[in-house]
Write a protein of this length. Structure first.
Length: 396
């Protein structure tokens, strides 16, 4: 039996992970569940799964959860804050860590899991976007296993030959010519560009194919999510960004492709359901049932592909530029985007101003060589401060 900590248990990835585990309860034991402020949801999960630990990132929420669980005579120990998150991510008795905390908040506990030599099921792309070099060094130095859970990266992983492969080492021997990440185009793929100025958070979060959280849904609508995935893929698979391309594929059936130097192109197909990559990460190198309905190609009937318009999706170009700039530029990119997206969701910023906030922040801050986590966190804080100032003074 393998034991698991789920960071971000109340989000869509966390809940889907528990759904897969429920189908294989003799193979997996849930040791710890975490959430940010979702007290009701985490309480319900604790009563259902009886983990040893529950962690709330918010200390006040943790105290409330603790009081509630005591009334039910639950033996679950409640912890809080970054210290609690890193503790359950690095527990000696934990084999796997599902890293599904959204945004930069997931960096430190995910890094702690890598430093503890765990199998890290990486759904938090910001860990690599913010600290790719340090993170991959931790994976190699501490003997961790890093399995991508994002559908695109998991698809690439499935299309690469991983036998006798050292984690994070270059793909020269694998003879890869290109990695193609597919993108649905989100809810605004065909909306006239002049109408993007007035779209609402509700419209941006209405993804046509995937059921995701609000932040990642907005990132999908701006295509920043795909930009972050390009950066993540460059670190995961040790390939230069010029070998990573993004193509529009509205059906979200082909999740990504790998092209080899002999002209062969391998693709991973499936219904758009995160339980597929989650099940693959849990069982690798074997496979287990995920509960996902089988893909019916006759019903799909056709698969469409389109070139991507950077005028419609400027965030993607900003991500490529930040990667090429090196250092903590990608940290700054991510921080500014998180501030801008939050402001948009709060209806304090227009949709079309999101890339403007990111571009302005990148232009006004010089990145540093990320030799320590402190440098990364310092540049992250500076970027957030600058982006917040821009949001507060603009009429966008």
């Amino acid at each position: 039996m393998k034991s698991i900590t789920i960071l971000g248990a109340t989000g869509s990835i966390g809940l889907n992970t528990l759904d897969v585990i429920k189908q294989h309860q003799s193979a997996y034991e849930v040791i710890a569940l975490t959430a940010h402020r979702q007290i009701d949801r985490l309480e319900a999960l604790c009563l259902e799964w009886s983990p040893r630990y529950a962690v709330m990132a918010d200390a006040r929420a943790a105290e409330q959860l603790s009081q509630r669980l005591k009334k039910t005579d639950s033996p679950v120990q409640v912890l809080s804050g970054v210290e609690g998150l890193t503790f359950v991510a690095s527990l000696a008795e934990v084999d796997f860590v599902m890293a599904a905390i959204v945004g930069s908040a997931g960096l430190l506990p995910t890094l702690a899991a890598a430093q503890a030599g765990k199998r890290v099921l990486l759904a938090n792309k910001e860990a690599l976007v913010m600290s790719g070099q340090l993170f991959m060094e931790a994976v190699r130095q501490h003997g961790a296993e890093l399995l991508p859970i994002d559908s695109e990266h998991n698809a690439v992983f499935q299309c690469l030959p991983w036998e006798n492969r050292e984690w994070g080492v270059g793909n020269e021997a694998l003879e890869v010519n290109r990695i193609l990440l597919t993108a649905s185009g989100g809810p605004f793929r065909t909306l006239p560009i002049e109408q993007l100025h007035d779209v609402t958070p509700e419209q941006a979060c209405a993804h046509p194919n995937w059921n995701m959280g609000r932040k990642i849904s907005v990132d999908s609508a701006t295509m920043m999510n795909k930009g972050l995935e390009v950066i993540e893929a460059a670190w995961l698979f040790s390939v230069p960004s010029e070998k990573i391309e993004v193509i529009l594929h509205p059906q979200s059936v082909i999740h990504s492709l790998v092209e080899y130097i002999d002209g062969s192109m391998l693709a991973q197909l499936g219904n758009p359901d995160m339980r597929t990559p989650i099940a693959y990460g849990l069982a690798w190198p074997k496979r287990i049932s995920s509960g996902v309905p089988r893909l019916n190609l006759i019903e799909v009937a056709q698969l469409d592909f389109e070139a991507l318009d950077l005028n419609r999706f400027p965030c993607l170009k900003l991500a490529y530029d930040a990667w090429l700039a090196g250092g903590t530029a990608t940290t700054i990119l991510n921080a500014a985007n998180e501030v801008a997206v939050q402001a948009f969701l709060q209806k304090r910023l227009r949709f079309t101003a999101i890339p403007k906030v990111v571009e302005t922040t990148l232009s006004q801050l010089s990145g540093h060589h990320p030799t320590s986590i402190d440098i990364i966190l310092e540049d992250d804080a500076h970027a957030r401060h600058l982006a917040s100032e821009w949001v507060n003074r603009t009429d966008n």
